[in-house]
Design a protein around this ligand. Structure first.
Ligand code: SF4
Length: 367
C-alpha cells in the first residue's frame, strides 16, 4: 500500500488506535465483497461496533463477556501441562506418532508484543521448522494476509508442525459437541475462519502443499469440559475465500474516490464519549456506498444502520432478489413495473417482464 493511502486511512480513522482485524472479520468481509463501506471502515481500522452504537444502531451480535471468558478458560485448559491433552488428541486425530513436541510461544518477542516483531518472529520460526524437522507447536503465531491491498494481522490459536512436513492449523472453540454433533452454523463459521489461517500460512510459507487443508477443531465434549478433536476439511472454504479476496476492490481506488476531508474519528472527549456528533458521523457514512443484504445482520456491526438506510430497497430482500431485479432499486418501483403503472427503462426491461409475468401468475391464482 502506498504512503498516501496509509495516511488517508489514518485520517479516516482519526485520533484513535486502529481496530484489529481477525479471522472472523476477514471471513465476514468476504461474505459481502461488494460493500465499499465495510471495506473502507475495516481497512481504516475504524471500530464499527462503537460507530454503530454512536449513530444509534448498536450491533446485536458478538460474543458476550461470559462466552469470551469461557473460551479463554477452555483454551488454557487444552494447552495446560505443556500441551499434554492436545498431544493426545492430535495423536488420535491426525494419527501422528507424536510422543513429545517442542513448543514455541509467539505471543511476544522478549517482552515486545508489537505486531511487526511478532510477525517477523513467527515467519522466522515457521519457515525454519521444516528444516529442523522436529514436531513443534507454535502458540499464537502472528500471520498476515493481504485483504484488498491492506495487510491484516491474524492470530490462530495454534499451528502444529510434524515431522512428515505438514503444518496443521488447530482451532480451539468453546461451543459444545453433543452426541458427536455440533451446531452447524458454528462449525461452518469456525471452518471459514480456519481457512483464513490456512491461506495466510500458505502464503507465508510460499508452499500450498506445506499446510494441510484439514484443520483440527477442538471443542468441549457433551456437557463436560473434556476436549474432543475433529478434522474439518476446509478445501471448499479456501476456494470461496480466494475467489472472494481476489474480487475485493483495491482499497487505494476506494479511498481515492472519497471526499478528502472525510473522517470517522471516534476520539473521545472528557466524558468518554466521541466528540463528533452522531449526525456528523451519519453524514460521513452516507459518503461511502453500502451494499446491504440480510446476511449483514449476522456478520457486520453496521447492519442495523445499513438496513434502516436501505429500507424500501429491493436489496433488503436478499442477494437473489437483488440479482433477479437488476436495475430495479426500490420495492415501490418493482410494484409499479409489476402492475404496469410504471414504464420500464431499457436497463429494467428484463426484470420488468419477469415482474409482470409473476404478477399475472399470482393474479390468476388468487383471482
Ligand atoms: S452492514 Fe453495511 S457496512 Fe456492513 S457489510 Fe452490510 S452493507 Fe456493508
Amino acid at each position: 500500500m502506498d504512503n498516501d493511502t496509509s495516511e488517508r486511512l489514518r485520517r479516516l480513522r482519526g485520533a484513535v488506535p486502529a481496530k484489529r482485524h481477525n479471522a472472523r472479520t476477514v471471513a465476514a468481509l468476504t461474505g459481502n465483497p461488494g460493500c465499499a463501506r465495510r471495506a473502507v471502515l475495516d481497512a481504516a481500522g475504524v471500530d464499527k461496533e462503537q460507530l454503530a452504537r454512536h449513530v444509534g444502531f448498536p450491533a446485536k451480535f458478538g460474543q458476550s463477556q461470559f462466552a469470551i471468558t469461557r473460551g479463554n478458560a477452555f483454551e488454557a485448559q487444552v494447552k495446560a501441562n505443556a500441551f499434554a491433552e492436545l498431544i493426545r488428541l492430535l495423536r488420535e486425530t491426525l494419527e501422528l506418532e507424536l510422543n513429545e513436541v517442542g513448543q514455541t510461544d509467539l505471543e511476544e518477542v522478549g517482552g515486545n508484543t508489537s505486531q511487526e516483531m511478532r510477525h517477523i518472529r513467527s515467519r522466522q520460526k515457521l519457515t525454519g521448522a521444516a528444516a529442523d524437522g522436529e514436531s513443534t507447536f507454535f502458540d499464537h503465531p502472528l500471520l498476515t494476509l493481504d485483504v484488498g491491498g491492506n495487510t491484516v494481522y491474524l492470530e490462530p490459536d495454534l499451528v502444529a508442525f510434524h515431522h512428515n512436513g505438514k503444518f496443521h492449523v488447530v482451532e480451539i472453540k468453546s461451543f459444545a459437541v453433543i452426541d458427536d454433533q455440533a451446531d452447524g452454523g458454528k462449525v461452518a463459521a469456525a471452518a471459514t475462519q480456519s481457512a483464513v489461517y490456512v491461506l495466510a500460512l500458505r502464503r507465508l510459507l510460499g508452499d500450498d502443499d506445506a499446510v494441510s487443508d484439514e484443520v483440527v477443531l477442538v471443542c468441549p465434549k457433551d456437557f463436560s469440559n473434556q476436549p474432543v478433536a475433529t478434522k474439518v476439511d476446509v478445501r471448499k472454504q479456501l476456494i470461496v475465500l480466494q475467489h472472494q479476496l481476489s474480487r475485493l476492490s483495491r482499497i487505494e481506488k476506494l479511498v481515492g474516490e472519497l471526499p478528502p476531508a472525510l473522517t470517522f474519528d471516534l476520539a473521545a472527549g472528557d466524558d468518554g464519549k466521541p466528540t463528533r456528533s452522531a449526525a456528523a458521523l451519519t453524514a460521513a457514512l452516507a459518503e461511502v456506498e453500502a451494499r446491504y443484504a440480510p446476511d449483514c445482520l449476522a456478520k457486520c456491526e453496521m447492519a442495523f444502520f445499513c438496513r434502516k438506510e436501505a429500507s424500501g430497497c429491493t436489496a433488503t430482500l436478499g442477494i437473489n432478489v437483488r440479482e433477479e431485479l437488476g436495475g430495479v432499486e426500490t420495492v415501490a418501483e418493482a410494484l409499479g413495473l409489476a402492475d404496469g403503472s410504471l414504464i420500464a427503462s431499457d436497463s429494467q426491461a428484463e426484470a420488468a417482464a419477469m415482474l409482470r409475468t409473476t404478477a399475472e401468475i399470482y393474479g390468476s391464482v388468487t383471482a
